[in-house]
Design a binder for this molecule. Structure first.
Ligand code: F6P
Length: 530
């Protein structure tokens, strides 16, 4: 029995059968008696476990931004997987979230220190916005984080840009985020949870002033192998920055092992592969795998409600969708997401299986992202051209084969689309986890829909019963699409039930509890017991 853990969740089997309400699936799902972590049980657990420690989360992207539009200023909930997942955690635990205030009306809606209580409809935690200049965003965010570390970490054959001034800006901005986190902790004991590859240097600056604080960083993307990482001119400094954390989390154990191999080949340090620890200059860093989950209950509840049903109907009408099946892609317009490769596979599907011509329609959400970088602008142009080509060859007047929705959507709109899709095609070339796959399954307690999923995502490790594909293999993706579209409903429902069962074993609340638990209990005795 874990110390201090109070569970208010019900058993997995019982909850699944409630959520699904399907007698046929009960037999399939009732075998598990594991308790579920939910928002309430995380809240109760965190209150005891944190006992007086301040909780500060730091990420580049903010969960909510204030933006000007034709109807005045709106507070938007940002759609990225990271922020949606962490927002659910902080709503449960409370605390402070330090992030870049990127909305054009953010300053007007925050106090002098950039702080405000969020969410608007029931404040649960503090958002502490940091102001970055255009130059910072160009060099730290677009330049180093997304121009160097992003392509370096994803095996997609995009060359990283390595610029000394970007690196300098990255360190400066990391120092600013560190200072902000220290201010939020004040003189109290605290836990700082850093998020992602934007903040690799933060822990060092925090620990230099407050070595007593517990600091963890969760790296949301893959970790490159030592052969790739060694091209980074500032590799030792970056590794030392990461090793200042007490805990360094990855989605997969394999990413953690890759990190250990990188440290072993680049630094003088004691690397223990069995215990997954690094000792360097008297400090121990634990490397752990915490596969991120999603707010399964929250999404399922929302997706089953009347508002979502109405929004799904509005999408059908707005897009003029016919009675045939609808397939769906939801991605940021990022070259790691495999959108051109997916479109090529769709062309092959329609050529090889002509029965889908005139009946199947594809809806692709492509949220513009990182447009400061030419690779992203080029990708957008390529995606548009491929979409036009598909519509020219397979659409008809007033009835395009492919709808390309190329703007930001509210999360509620995305969930409404999840309910529309008979198939979701989630086919990144490389992805740490991919929360779209998990959100889609979370949104289908009706057991409708099917998932075609790239093998090169972290999610594929959990969703072994999805239609797994190599996204580079056009023929195989076309065949998989045909196979899932042709699957009889009873079998498709059985497959979706199996995906949901897997999903419910590890939600965002389990992820948060496991990460926090690990950083709060660094004593060797506890480590032995894990
Ligand atoms: O995949 C890495 C990641 O940081 C996600 O965690 C997040 O959802 C996404 O990139 C968002 O990117 P950006 O903040 O650049 O829009």
């Amino acid at each position: 029995m874990e110390q201090g853990v109070q569970r208010s969740g019900t058993s997995l089997g019982a909850r699944l059968s409630d959520a699904l309400g399907l007698a046929a699936d009960r037999q399939l799902l009732l075998h598990s008696s594991r308790d579920l972590m939910d928002a309430e049980s995380l809240r109760v657990w965190a209150r005891d476990a944190l006992s007086g420690n301040r909780l500060v989360v730091v990420s580049n992207r903010e969960p909510y931004s204030h933006r000007r539009g034709p109807g005045g200023v709106r507070m938007n909930r940002n759609p990225g997987g990271l922020v949606v997942a962490l927002d659910a955690v902080l709503r449960a635990t409370g605390g402070t979230w330090v992030a870049h205030g990127s909305g054009d009306a953010d300053e007007e809606y925050s106090d002098k220190r950039g702080r405000l209580a969020v969410p608007e409809d029931g404040p649960a935690y503090t958002l502490a916005r940091q102001w970055l200049s255009e130059g910072d965003v160009r060099r730290y965010y677009a330049g180093f984080a997304n121009g160097a570390l992003w392509p370096l970490s994803h095996l997609v054959f995009v060359r990283p840009r390595l610029d000394e001034l970007d690196w300098e800006s990255y360190r400066q901005v990391n120092r600013r985020f560190a200072r902000a986190a220290l201010e939020e902790v004040g003189r109290d004991p605290g836990v700082v949870l850093l998020q992602d590859y934007h903040l690799a240097m933060c822990a060092g600056y925090i620990k230099a002033e407050r070595p007593d604080l517990r600091v963890a960083l969760f790296w949301h993307i893959p970790w490159p192998g030592p052969d790739v990482f060694r091209v980074l001119p500032w590799k030792e400094a970056l590794l030392d920055g990461l090793l200042a954390n007490d805990v360094l989390g990855f989605h997969l154990r394999e990413h953690g092992m890759s990190f250990l191999e990188t440290v072993a080949s680049e630094l003088e340090a004691r690397v223990d592969f069995a215990r997954m620890t690094v000792d360097r200059r008297g400090h121990t860093t634990r490397i752990r795998a915490f596969p991120i989950g999603t707010d399964v209950d929250g999404i399922a509840r929302h997706s089953s409600g009347a508002a979502c049903r109405a929004a799904t109907a509005r999408w059908r009408e707005r897009l003029g969708l016919g009675p045939g099946p609808v397939a769906l892609g939801v991605d940021r317009l990022d070259y790691t997401k495999g959108i051109p490769e997916r479109f090529q596979a769709l062309r092959r599907l329609l050529e090889k299986y002509p029965r889908w011509r005139g009946s199947l329609q594809f809806v692709q959400v492509g949220v513009p992202t990182r447009v400061e970088l030419p690779e992203y602008r080029e990708l957008t142009a390529r995606v548009e051209a491929l979409a036009q080509g598909l519509n020219r060859d397979f659409g008809s007047v007033g009835r395009p084969f492919l709808h390309l929705i190329k703007h930001d959507l509210d999360f509620a709109d995305v969930v409404a689309l999840y309910r529309l899709g008979n198939v979701a095609a989630v086919t990144p070339l490389h992805d740490g986890m991919n929360l779209v796959a998990k959100e889609y399954v979370a949104a289908r307690p009706d057991l409708g829909g099917a998932l075609v999923l790239s093998r090169f995502t972290g999610a594929a490790r959990e969703f072994r019963t999805a239609a797994l594909v190599n996204p580079y293999d056009t023929e195989a993706v076309a065949d998989a699409m045909d196979e899932v579209l042709s699957t009889p409903t009873s079998e498709a429902r059985r497959r979706m039930a199996a995906l949901r069962e897997r999903l419910l074993r590890n939600t965002i609340y389990d992820w948060a509890k496991d990460l926090l638990d690990c950083v709060l209990r660094l004593d060797p005795q506890f480590e032995e017991g894990r």
